[in-house]
Design a protein around this ligand. Structure first.
Ligand SMILES: [Zn+2]
Ligand SMILES: [Zn+2]
Length: 345
């Protein structure tokens, strides 16, 4: 079958690889209808995630149809239309039993090499899904592939980050970083009752995207803190989602949040350590939360929102390319000429 691989940093290749087969009785095989390129794929592309296995498919966002289910798979059968979490969970360990799925003792991420679970990725014609009963999610009728694929990662990540910000109806929220997760966080903040959402970035097109979603665009420069104060009678934002994963992004989030407010970080940090002003955190009595999103826990609710037309995340996609043009897709995404790319095998 055809798949995308990352033989060296900065070079995505279309390769013929062996089709996956069932390994465990809990596995399912899916025929991938579409995969998507994610910001965290760029971390691998740029060499910030080490040890990507050459010759093994990359990618972790997927939608497809089950072609084969192992004998222990109870909830899915051949022919089911599915999407799924970008990481697998066992469903049986202490963390899974308590719904804390990102801390599963037997979890693996798709397409990030041996350090992150040694699991082949989904930018391919077929993919093997371990622990299918807990990793996959059925797509209701009427929900498009393009909306459903976002439930497995970026949309649920945005939802989780907004939920953990503790936003309440009537609050002023802020989003730092307007990539796909940040733009989706704008939409979800409004859904959860924010009265106004300030959206911060330095890229004019992304600010415009946030404005089209109802947010107040704020250029993320030296004037940003002032701009947030101006719309909050001087106090700062009640709840902030940081969707960059950088020192600058976090510093800005800590600046624009009000005293006793909360910063919820959805950005993927790849640096070993970054300086954080704990004096500022202390002085402002802040709550700070960060971490891998609990996709299996929130995805069913996110899917309900899609099913009932409360969210329309599919407008994120700026490009739809055949899988064979994946290398060009990565280039476009890395050069910020694309916001979200769908790859169709
Ligand atoms: Zn992703
Ligand atoms: Zn587990």
């Amino acid at each position: 079958m055809q798949a995308l691989t990352l033989p060296t940093v900065g070079e995505v290749r279309v390769e013929a690889v062996v089709e996956p087969a069932l390994v465990s009785p809990h596995d399912a095989i899916i025929k991938v209808s579409a995969s998507a390129i994610c910001g965290s794929d760029l971390h691998a592309y740029r060499g910030r995630i080490a040890n990507i296995s050459p010759g093994i498919p990359i990618g972790h966002e997927y939608v497809g149809v089950v072609t084969e289910a192992g004998p222990e798979v109870r909830r899915f059968k051949a022919g089911d239309r599915v999407t799924g979490s970008f990481f697998t969970v066992c469903g049986r360990c202490w963390a899974c039993q308590h719904g804390l799925f990102p801390q599963c003792a037997d979890s693996a991420m798709f397409g990030f090499g041996p350090d992150l679970g040694d699991l082949a990725g989904t930018q391919a014609e077929y993919a093997r899904i371990p622990h299918a009963d807990h990793t996959l999610l059925r797509i209701p009728e009427g929900v498009s592939d393009e909306a459903a694929i976002l439930v497995g990662d970026v949309l649920s990540t945005a939802y989780f980050a907004v939920e953990r910000s503790g936003v309440k109806p009537g609050d002023t929220a802020a989003v730092v970083g307007l990539g796909p997760v940040g733009l989706l966080a704008v939409e979800i903040f409004f859904l959860m009752g924010a009265a106004q959402v300030a959206a911060l970035d330095v890229v004019p097109e992304r600010l415009q995207g946030a404005q089209e979603r109802g947010a107040i665009p704020v250029m993320a420069d030296a004037s940003a803190v002032r701009a947030i104060r101006d719309v909050t009678e001087g106090r700062g934002a009640d709840a902030v989602v940081e969707a960059v994963g950088s020192e600058a992004g976090l510093a800005l989030a800590l600046q624009v949040v009000r005293g006793f407010g909360s910063v919820s970080s959805a950005g993927v940090y790849t640096e070993r350590a970054i300086p954080v002003s704990m004096a500022r955190v202390f002085a402002k009595d802040l709550t700070f939360r960060a971490g891998k999103a609990n996709i299996p826990a929130v995805a069913p609710r996110v899917m309900e929102l899609l099913k009932h037309g409360r969210l329309h995340p599919e407008r994120l996609f700026t490009h739809r390319l055949p899988l064979s043009e994946g290398p060009r897709g990565y280039q476009l995404f890395a050069d910020r000429q694309a916001l979200k790319i769908l790859l169709i095998p």
